[in-house]
Each structure stands twice: as C-alpha cells, then as structure tokens.
Design a protein around this ligand. Structure first.
Ligand SMILES: NC(=O)c1ccc[n+]([C@@H]2O[C@H](COP(=O)([O-])OP(=O)(O)OC[C@H]3O[C@@H](n4cnc5c(N)ncnc54)[C@H](OP(=O)(O)O)[C@@H]3O)[C@@H](O)[C@H]2O)c1
Length: 266
C-alpha cells in the first residue's frame, strides 16, 4: 500500500514524521506533493519520502490519498483528484468543516472516503484524533487508517453528526488549554515566580489532573470536592471561578468553534 500526501504543511508533516518514526511504515512507500516545491524537497531529505511534482503523478503511484490542504483550497485540488481517481484509491481528508457529502459532491459516492480530525499535539505523538467513514470503506481499510493515525496519538470513531463537536473539544481545545496553562503561569509571575518555572508547574499540574480524570474514573466534581477542604484555600478559588462565569465562558467558546465548523460545510 502506498500513501500519497497532497499538501505538506504543519499537520501532514506531523503525520509523516509519526509514520516514519513509528517503524510501522516504510518511507519509500510514502509520497508527497506540495504547491511550493521546496517543502516537498525538505521532507524528502528529512524523512526519505518520495517527492512528486503533480497530483497526477502522486495518484498514479499511490493507493491512499491524504488531502492535507486548507479547507478553502479543496475546490482547487478536488477536480484534479477526481480526474485521476482510480478504483484502487481511498481518500482521507483531515480538513476541518468539510463533511462526507461535500466530498461526494466533488468525487463520487462509490469512492471510499474517510474524514479524520487530528489535533496539533500530533507534533509530539499525542494527538486525540477521530474518524468517520462512508459505506465504501472496508474494515481492512479502516484498520489501516487507524494504524496510521495511531502513530501520532490516539484515534476513535465518531458518528458524523458529532464531528463538529469533536473538532471543538478534540481539535480546538488544545488552544484553550494552552491559554489556561499560560494564564495560571502569568498569575504566578504576578506573585513573583519566574515564568519558565511557573509554566512547567502549571503544565505538569494540568497533565496530572487530566491523568487523574482518566485513571480514577471519578466525576470531576467529586475530585474538586476532594481538593476543597472546608474553610480552606482552594474553595476560595473555585468560588471565584464560578462567580466569574468560568463554565459559561467555556460553553460560549465551544459553541463559537462548533458554529464556525458547521458553517464551513455549507
Ligand atoms: N493545524 C492544525 O492544528 C490542524 C488540526 C486539524 C486539522 N487540520 C487540517 O489540516 C489541513 C492542513 O492544515 P495545516 O495547518 O497543516 O495547513 P498548512 O500548514 O497551511 O498546510 C497546507 C499545505 O497545503 C499546500 N497547498 C495549498 N494549496 C495546494 C495545492 N493546490 N496543491 C498542493 N499543495 C497545496 C500549502 O503549500 P504552500 O507551501 O504552497 O502554501 C501548504 O504546505 C487543513 O485542512 C486543516 O483543517 C489542521
């Protein structure tokens, strides 16, 4: 099986890096094509993938075609993909906001198409990804794609009607979490702690808290109650967050991303 990437930007570079470093994929079976040629050359040099100079060449050589361009570039790329589509091909899209119907409109309903949503933590092999597939995708193809995206983290199946909300809480939330960690660290700087020290502490506290939720299986509020001793210090901060609309602020941010993602599919 040969894998062809159209668009070699931040996300596909992270995926190619994950595939090559995993030892499960041979770089001589990975092909790339990018509008700006220097990016293709750079990846060919760094990871030993095969450079191609057109979508036609890439599609002739590959079976699995991974679309890695920005969503707004798809109308330029998909007609060319359609022109060179063969029975051997499976199409994988990582584009935000473009649902399976969108691809059926450009390609054909008989083409196996999988939507995958990775996140930026793919760069360190810690993406939380999800996928949904049309009926043409076989179990064997699904296993292959699962294996591919496991090289950059975890992947679960999500029904398409939940894809937009996954995009928010799986795909966009790392940005929210980076902001939260930085806000904690900045607050510590106000109290006199050096920023680097504060960032390390805040990031590790968030990492530990995430593990606690996953491993303890406790309800998050039960964990909050465990940290809040009566008349103690933590309950003061928890009350302050609540009176400053912490949860509503998060809900508004989630709704804003989800609405934008849904509007991209129209
Ligand atoms: N970044 C994320 O955190 C993230 C998370 C989840 C999903 N995604 C999805 O991943 C996709 C890529 O995002 P990104 O952040 O990696 O974008 P990016 O860094 O801008 O990469 C896009 C690449 O596509 C190339 N390109 C544009 N038009 C092309 C064409 N006609 N033919 C061939 N290559 C072309 C660009 O080449 P040039 O060098 O010529 O500009 C660029 O290298 C998007 O659909 C996005 O929704 C991204």
């Amino acid at each position: 099986m040969k894998y062809g990437f159209i668009g070699l930007g931040n996300m596909t570079t992270a995926i190619i890096k994950g595939m090559c470093n995993s030892g499960d994929f041979d770089s001589s079976y990975i092909y790339g094509y990018n509008r700006t040629k220097s990016k293709t050359t750079k990846l060919a040099t760094s990871y030993g993938i095969q450079a191609t100079t057109s979508i036609e060449e890439l599609m002739t050589k590959c079976d699995v075609i991974i679309l890695g361009v920005k969503p707004q570039m798809l109308p330029d790329v998909l007609p060319e993909v359609k022109k060179h589509l063969q029975e051997k091909h499976m199409i994988v899209s990582i584009a935000a906001g473009k649902n399976l119907n969108y691809f059926h409109g450009y390609l054909s309903e008989s083409t196996p198409i999988i939507r995958v949503m990775p996140n930026i933590n793919a760069l360190i092999g810690a993406s939380t990804s999800c996928y949904t597939a049309n009926e043409q995708v076989t179990e064997t193809q699904l296993r292959l794609i699962t294996m591919l995206f496991e090289t950059i983290g975890t992947i679960i199946e999500v029904p398409e009607h939940l894809f937009s909300i996954f995009t928010t809480i799986g795909g966009a939330s790392p940005a929210f979490t980076y902001m939260y960690i930085d806000a904690l660290a900045r607050a510590a700087v106000r109290e006199g702690m050096p920023k680097n020290m504060a960032l390390d502490i805040a990031a590790n506290a968030v990492l530990g808290s995430a593990k606690m939720i996953l491993q303890s299986k406790e309800h998050p509020w039960a964990l909050v109650d465990q940290v809040c001793s009566p008349g103690g210090t933590t309950i003061q901060g928890v009350s302050s967050l609540q009176s400053n609309h912490f949860e509503t602020t998060i809900h508004d941010a989630v709704a804003a991303v989800t609405d934008k993602d849904r509007s991209l599919s129209k």
